[in-house]
Design a binder for this molecule. Structure first.
Ligand code: NDP
Length: 295
C-alpha cells in the first residue's frame, strides 16, 4: 500500500518551463534575441538521439533558439573541438551541451574542458565542480540532474538543513554534485558507492535519500527510514513481456516497497527525468541573463 506522497516531477518541471517561457517573453525584446542552446551529437546511439530530440523540443517550447550539430561516429577529435570552439565564439549561443557518452576514440575530458565556462550549462567543467565543493565559491553552473533533485526537495517543502542524507552513487555527473549540494544546504551527508560494505545501514539512517547507482531497484523498502524522503534518479530498462515495447523503466529504488515506508517519493518515470531538462533550460536562461547584462 502506498503511503508516501508522490513528488510529481512532471508537473513541477512543467511549472518551471512555464516560468522560463514567461521570462523569455519578457526579456527578449530588450535583449534583441532569445536565449540560445547548442547541442552537439556524435554518432547515432538511439538513447542519445532521443535525449537530444527532447532537449531541442523543450527549447522550442520555451522560446529558445536551438542550434545543433550532428557529427558522424568516426568524427575526429580535432573536428569536434572545432565545433565546440565555434559555439564558444558565437554570441547567439548561451549554452553548449555535448551529448555523452562520446565514442571511445574521443578524449571526453578534453572536449568537456574545451567548453567555455560561461556556456557550460551541463556544469561538467572541473572548475564548476571544484567551486561547488569549496565554501564561499559559486559555480557558474550546477549540473542539471542534481540541481533538479534539489529543486524537487525545495518545491515539495522538504527542509534539508540539519537533516541526515545518504547519496547512493558517486559519479561526477550525479552522485558527487548531489552530495555537495545537500551539504551546501546544511544536511549531514554520507556517500555510498560500490565498495561501501554497509550501504543498507547508511541509507536507513538517512532522512533524505538520493539514489543514483544505476542498479534496477537496488534500494529496498527496508533500507528506508520510516518517514524519509526518497529521490530516485535511476532510469533502468527491465524486460517485461506484458509491456508494449517489451520492457519497462524502473528506478534504482524498489518503488512500491519504499513508498510504503517513505513520507515522500519520486516515481520513475515522471520524477527526476523531466527535471533534468527543465534545469538545462534554467541554466541556459541564467547564462543568457548574465551575458545580456554584461554587454
Ligand atoms: P554511473 O554508472 O556513472 O555511477 C553509478 C554509481 O553508483 C557509481 O558511483 C557506483 O560506485 C555506484 N554503485 C554501483 N553499484 C553499486 C552498488 N551495488 N552499491 C552502491 N553503489 C553502487 O551512473 P550515473 O551516475 O551516470 O547514473 C546513475 C543512474 O541515474 C543511472 O540509472 C542513470 O540511468 C540515471 N540517470 C538519470 C538521469 C535523469 O535525468 N533522471 C540523468 C543521469 C543519470 P563506484 O563509484 O564505486 O563504481
Amino acid at each position: 500500500p502506498t503511503k508516501a506522497g508522490l513528488i510529481d516531477g512532471k508537473k513541477i518541471a512543467e511549472d518551471i518551463r512555464k516560468e522560463i517561457a514567461a521570462e523569455v517573453q519578457q526579456l527578449q525584446k530588450a535583449a534583441g534575441r532569445a536565449p540560445g542552446l547548442a547541442v552537439v551529437l556524435v554518432g547515432a546511439r538511439k538513447d542519445s538521439e532521443t535525449y537530444v530530440r527532447s532537449k531541442k523540443k523543450a527549447c522550442a517550447e520555451v522560446g529558445f533558439e536551438s542550434f545543433g550539430t550532428d557529427l558522424a561516429e568516426d568524427v575526429s577529435q580535432e573536428e569536434l573541438l572545432r565545433v565546440v570552439a565555434q559555439y564558444n565564439a558565437d554570441p547567439k549561443v548561451d549554452g553548449i551541451l555535448v551529448q555523452l557518452p562520446l565514442p571511445k576514440h574521443i578524449n571526453e575530458q578534453a572536449v568537456l574542458d574545451a567548453i567555455s565556462l560561461e556556456k557550460d550549462v551541463d556544469g561538467f567543467h572541473p572548475q564548476n565542480i571544484g567551486s561547488l565543493a569549496m565554501r564561499g565559491r559559486n559555480p557558474t553552473f550546477v549540473s542539471c540532474t542534481p540541481k533538479g533533485c534539489m529543486e524537487l526537495l525545495k518545491r515539495s517543502g522538504v527542509q534539508v538543513a540539519g537533516k541526515t542524507a545518504a547519496v547512493v552513487g558517486r559519479s561526477n555527473i550525479v552522485g558527487l554534485p548531489a552530495a555537495l549540494l545537500l551539504q551546501n544546504a546544511d544536511a549531514t551527508v554520507t556517500m555510498v558507492h560500490s565498495r561501501t560494505p554497509n550501504a543498507e545501514e547508511v541509507v536507513r539512517a538517512a532522512d533524505i535519500v538520493i539514489a543514483a547507482c544505476g542498479k534496477a531497484e537496488m534500494v529496498k523498502g527496508d533500507w528506508i527510514k520510516p518517514g524519509a524522503v526518497v529521490i530516485d534518479v535511476g532510469i533502468n530498462a527491465v524486460d517485461d513481456a506484458s509491456a508494449k515495447r517489451g520492457y519497462r523503466l524502473v528506478g534504482d529504488v524498489a518503488f512500491a516497497e519504499a513508498a510504503a515506508v517513505a513520507s515522500m517519493i519520486t516515481p520513475v518515470p515522471g520524477g527526476v527525468g523531466p527535471m533534468t531538462i527543465a534545469m538545462l533550460l534554467q541554466n541556459t536562461l541564467e547564462g543568457y541573463k548574465r551575458r545580456v547584462a554584461s554587454r
